[in-house]
Structures are given as C-alpha cells and as structure tokens.
Design a protein around this ligand. Structure first.
Ligand code: FE2
Length: 271
C-alpha cells in the first residue's frame, strides 16, 4: 500500500508552488486557539490542500503534466488524478450516500498499489496516458471536491475524520513527489524550462561552497529549509534522521544541485 512514499507527509508548513502561491494552513491538526469546530477546521484544511495541488500545476501545460521522465517518476497529471482517486475510492464511495463515481475507468488508471480496489495501470506506463486530458482530470478533481464538501456537512465520525486527515497527508506527500518529478522532467529538456519565472534567492545565484561546520553534542536537531538556505547535515543524507544519537556536525552551504551535495559529502562524513 505504498506508492514511493505514500502514507504520512513530511510537510508541516505552508508549501508554495515556487511562484509565490501559497494556501495551506497547518496540516498537523494543531489547535491554534481557533474556535471553529474540529470538522470545520478539517474541512478548511482539506479544501486548502486540494486547491494547493492545483496551484502546483498552474504553470504547466498539458504536455508538461503528461510526460513521464523515467519509470520511477510519475506525470503531474497522474498525481492530480491519483490523489483524487484516493478520496473518491476510499472515502466518498463508502461514506457519501448517492455519490456518483466520475468515471469508472479511472479506478484502474489512477490506483497506485492498493490491492483491494482492483487492477492497476502499470506504473512505468503512466506517461502513456495522454487521455484523459489535463482539463478532464481537473474536472475530475472538482467533481470530487464538490462531493467532499457535501460529505463534510454530514458531521463525519472521528474514524472517518481520521481517514480524511490521512487523505490530506497522502495528497501532501504526492505534492512533494509532483514537484520532484516535474523538476526531473524539465532537467531532461535542453531548453532548460523553468518551473516558474520567479527569480531565485540571491544565495542561490552563486555557486555554493561550504561555509563551515556547526558542531552539536547530540539531541534533537532541527533540519531543513530555513528561509534562505537549505541546511542539511551530512548525517541526514544517509539516515534522514532528526535525532543525533551522539555528537555530530552540520555543514552549511547553499544547495544548488547534486554537485553541491557531492561537495558536501567530500568535505566530511558523519562524525
Ligand atoms: Fe499514493
């Protein structure tokens, strides 16, 4: 039941589409003193994440969203549809009385590795799906979003709310994969298309070089994007751990491309 990382998002902060578009509130279910009901907050979170996914493809053409750059990658259009299939198949069909499936043929096209719903289209062939078009997939999303809005008015049980939250996290997980895969696709194009026209931060405009080490005695460390520079530990490259069992050191440098990452490895492994 895993689709290259399905099941739990690492995103806990608003994610933009790289062009200044943002829209997702806290996704972790934290109560910030909001007096709205839990269902209202869940509804807002759900619709915001669904909208955000569409914003991520705002600058993509149908062709951009359809091509699959390698067997391990998936087209952006497939991600749009798969995350929608998840809500339709696992949440709406069994829980919203009278729900009309948008297109029964989508069940096998946009299933990933889930066994119970039936057959699945071969992963390496996802880039062959020139139909449905991007526009049709967006209609599919809107059909499902409308039904989700109706479902949320029915006061979903705690169990169903938990499933919806999982759907939100599942979609966020695929947002990350969508961005990763579209950048790989563009990297294969000699024209070097940009995902968006936004000027990169100043710190990205020059070739990165190590600026030194931060030494830690151990304990919980905060890694990841910090606003202007990607901070990543050498240890994190190998373990993705955020817990440093013993002393370790963190190298600070702008990450521009994989050469920078190799440079970071070259200057020292985990200590
Ligand atoms: Fe998935």
């Amino acid at each position: 039941m895993n689709d290259r990382g399905c099941g739990g998002s690492r995103i806990s902060e608003p994610l933009t589409n790289g062009c200044g578009r943002t829209g997702v509130a806290n996704s972790g279910g934290v109560d910030n003193g909001d007096e709205r009901s839990a269902t209202e907050r869940l509804t807002l979170r759900l619709l915001a994440v669904r909208k955000q996914t569409e914003q991520l493809v705002h600058n993509l053409s149908d062709a951009d969203a359809t091509v699959q750059s390698m067997p391990n990658a998936s087209p952006a259009k497939w991600y749009l549809a798969h995350t929608t299939w998840f809500f339709e198949t696992l949440i709406l069909v069994p829980n919203l009385p009278g729900y009309q499936v948008f297109d029964p043929s989508y069940n096998s096209l946009f299933n990933s590795y889930y066994e119970r719903p039936g057959s699945r289209h071969e992963r390496s062939e996802r880039g062959m799906l020139t139909r449905p078009t991007l526009e049709q997939v967006l209609h599919y999303r809107h059909h499902v979003d409308s039904a989700l809005g109706a479902l949320m008015t029915l006061a979903p049980s705690p169990q169903l709310s938990g499933l919806i939250q999982m759907g939100i996290n599942h979609e966020q997980q695929h947002q990350e994969l969508l961005l990763t895969d579209i950048l790989h696709l563009f990297s294969r194009n000699p024209l070097e298309p940009a995902y968006c026209a936004q000027t990169r931060p100043e710190c990205w405009s020059r070739r990165g070089s190590a600026t030194g080490f931060n030494v830690y005695a151990g304990g919980l460390l905060k890694f990841g994007y910090s606003g202007t520079i990607l901070r990543l530990t050498v240890k994190d490259l190998f373990t993705s751990a955020t817990w440093c069992h013993s002393s370790c050191r963190e190298v600070s440098l702008p990450i521009e491309n994989d050469l920078n990452l190799l440079e970071m490895v070259d200057i020292g492994g985990p200590s």
